[in-house]
Each structure stands twice: as structure tokens, then as C-alpha cells.
Design a binder for this molecule. Structure first.
Ligand code: MG
Ligand code: ZN
Length: 234
């Protein structure tokens, strides 16, 4: 059987058909992200998109932050998970308004999901934390309309991760090393990690903290005070 250059089994012939589809998906997300950004600006809500691997301690840091800022800011949380609402229940137990997004297998949040969650958030808030799906790869490619992007890396994951996942470290406004109380036991080299991050992103501060022991929490709260409108007015 003769196979022509236009045959659909020929990958070269398929490529021009697929490229416009990818472009359309990204621009639809960017459009909704812009609408989210306008809504958040109008309502004076400072939004942080927290990204990390599963188990890096995003929820634990949120709980410590909520406790530390009690009475100083009206905090809201959007929880992104593939399934379950265990983190959302833990946050809700503190009395903080929370909306759960279950992606049903999806490995990142996108702007339309955040748009829907903003509509479902019933309380007025000044500071909104979005806990993204645990994944160091694709969440950073999706603009949610947030003001700040934050990457968390726990000490046990290793100081070499900027070599392996440069995309996230290049794109964020702040990097937080969590579980730093474990650093001595897992040979996490904080200075080496800082050097690698700054090689990719000279502007992002690198904070190191333990939400469990409280070590380093002060610098994180200072960063929030300097970047969140409501807190800086105090
Ligand atoms: Mg969590
Ligand atoms: Zn993904």
C-alpha cells in the first residue's frame, strides 16, 4: 500500500493541526486569569498561589500562618486537590472560609477553576491563599490571576531540586524551604540551594522555616506584611 505525505499516520502531517489547539487552551486560560485578576484587584484581595510537591507542608504552613495572623487579616483559602477534602476540613476547623476544588485527576489548577471558586467563597477576605495541586511541574504554567507565586520545597526533598525542576524556581516571587528543622538529618544544604535558586531567579527571596518549631516564621510574616496591602497598613 502506498503511503502519501498527507497520510494521517504520518506524524509530520499531524503537527500543524495540533499546534493551534494548544494555543487556544493557553489563551482561554490567560483570558480568565485576567478576569480573576481584575476581580481580585477590585475587591482588594491579595492572592498567593502556593506550589510544591505533595507533602511539602503547604497546609501546615497555612495553619501556622492563620494562627499568627489571627485578627490582623481576613484570610480565605482555596484548596486544590486531585480528590478528597481533608486539607479543606483541617483549614475550615480554624473558622477560615475555604473552598475545595477537586480536579478529578487533573494535576494543576487553572484560571476557570479559580473563577468558580471565587464565586463560591462566601466571606469577604483580604488575603487569599490558593493551595495548588501538589506538583512541581505544570501548575506554574497556568496563570490563575494571582498577585504572587510562591514555591515551597521541604528540606527532605533535597537541595538539588532547582537543577531538576528549573521552571518553577524561575517563575516565582518567593521560595520557601519548609521543614528546615529536618535539614541536619537529611543533609539539606541551604546555602547551595539558595545559590541554585538565585542562578535561575536572582530576585526571589529564599526563606527557610519550620511551621512545627516556629523557626523562621518571623521572616515569612514580615514578607507578608511587606506585600499584603491590609497587613502593611497596620
Ligand atoms: Mg495540603
Ligand atoms: Zn498539570
Amino acid at each position: 500500500m502506498h503511503i502519501s505525505a498527507n497520510d494521517e499516520n504520518n506524524p509530520t502531517a499531524l503537527a500543524p493541526v495540533r499546534i493551534p489547539v494548544v494555543k487556544n487552551i493557553l489563551s482561554a486560560n490567560a483570558q480568565t486569569a485576567q478576569q480573576n485578576r481584575e476581580y481580585l484587584t477590585e475587591h482588594r484581595i491579595t492572592t498567593l498561589n502556593l506550589m510544591s510537591s505533595p507533602g511539602a507542608g503547604k497546609t501546615t504552613l497555612l495553619l501556622a500562618t492563620i494562627a499568627a495572623l489571627d485578627g490582623l487579616a481576613r484570610i480565605g483559602v482555596i484548596e486544590g486537590d486531585v480528590a478528597s477534602q481533608v486539607d479543606a476540613e483541617t483549614i475550615a476547623a480554624t473558622g477560615t472560609p475555604v473552598v475545595q476544588i477537586n480536579t478529578g485527576g487533573g494535576c494543576h489548577l487553572d484560571a476557570p477553576m479559580i473563577g468558580n471558586a471565587l464565586g463560591a467563597l462566601e466571606a469577604e477576605v483580604d488575603l487569599l491563599f490558593v493551595e495548588n495541586v501538589g506538583n512541581l511541574i505544570c501548575p506554574v504554567s497556568f496563570d490563575l490571576g494571582e498577585r504572587y507565586r510562591v514555591a515551597l520545597l521541604s528540606a527532605p526533598e533535597g537541595h538539588d531540586k532547582p537543577y531538576k525542576y528549573p521552571g518553577i524556581f524561575e517563575a516565582v516571587d518567593l521560595v520557601i524551604v519548609t521543614k528546615v528543622d529536618l535539614a541536619p538529618y537529611v543533609d539539606f544544604d541551604l546555602e547551595k540551594f539558595r545559590e541554585l535558586v538565585h542562578g535561575l531567579n536572582a530576585d526571589a527571596p529564599v526563606l527557610a522555616l519550620s511551621a512545627k518549631t516556629g523557626e523562621g516564621m518571623e521572616a515569612w510574616l514580615d514578607w507578608l506584611a511587606a506585600h499584603v496591602e491590609t497587613l502593611s497598613a497596620l
